[in-house]
Design a binder for this molecule. Structure first.
Ligand code: SF4
Ligand code: SF4
Length: 187
């Protein structure tokens, strides 16, 4: 039988709680997060199960599940969670732990999500903002589908939804500082 004290000794749980700033132990498995999550049906472990597996210290199971990669960070779950758990932050924590430990679920979809994630962060690092045309082009090149969605580009350009040139943040120093802190944290 699992005792509460066993759960509190659980290093994985403690680490997730510390990084995410949430207390996953508070989850009482009501499932409201699952009913509101738009992508829970794609997840190997929907949010409620992720919480349970974290509580049980099932690190490998949590890190290798596709769930954190499918999370859209939309916060619908957090808005309904009666225990005020920051579920998207927990998902993000798990995703970064998986990246740190180089544990990637084997699927083409997840590979693409990972590539998108890397390109997205790179854009933020360089411009401090999103540069959609470059993001699309780089993503298409890295996934080997050169012309994917390209037909939509002229339409989006014409409507001013895409800019040909990148916009840059005025506060470059803040972005630099943020990534420096992140690098330090990862070492
Ligand atoms: S809504 Fe909150 S308390 Fe309910 S299962 Fe999800 S995380 Fe746990
Ligand atoms: S934040 Fe993630 S887990 Fe929560 S509802 Fe949105 S997609 Fe689902």
């Amino acid at each position: 039988m699992i005792q509460l004290t066993d759960l509190q000794d659980n290093k994985f749980l403690a680490e997730v709680n510390k990084i995410s700033g949430s207390n996953v132990l508070e989850c009482y498995q009501c499932g409201k997060c699952v009913s509101t999550c738009p992508v829970s049906s794609y997840m190997e472990l929907p949010p409620r199960k992720i919480m349970q597996a974290i509580k049980l210290g099932l690190k490998d199971k949590v890190l290798s599940a596709n769930s954190s990669w499918f999370c859209l960070t939309c916060s619908s779950c957090a808005a309904r969670c009666p225990r005020q758990i920051d579920i998207p932050k927990v998902m993000e924590t798990v995703r970064h732990m998986a990246i740190d430990e180089k544990i990637y679920p084997e699927s083409r979809k997840i590979n693409e999500i990972r590539k998108f994630h890397d390109i997205f962060l790179n854009m933020v690092k360089h411009y401090g903002r999103m540069y959609e045309i470059r993001l699309m082009a780089e993503f298409n090149i890295r996934t080997g589908r050169l012309f994917k969605d390209m037909a939509l580009a002229p339409l989006a350009l014409g409507k001013g939804k895409l800019g040909l040139l990148p916009e840059k943040t005025r506060n470059k120093a803040a972005i630099k500082k943020m990534f420096k802190l992140l690098d330090k944290k990862e070492k």
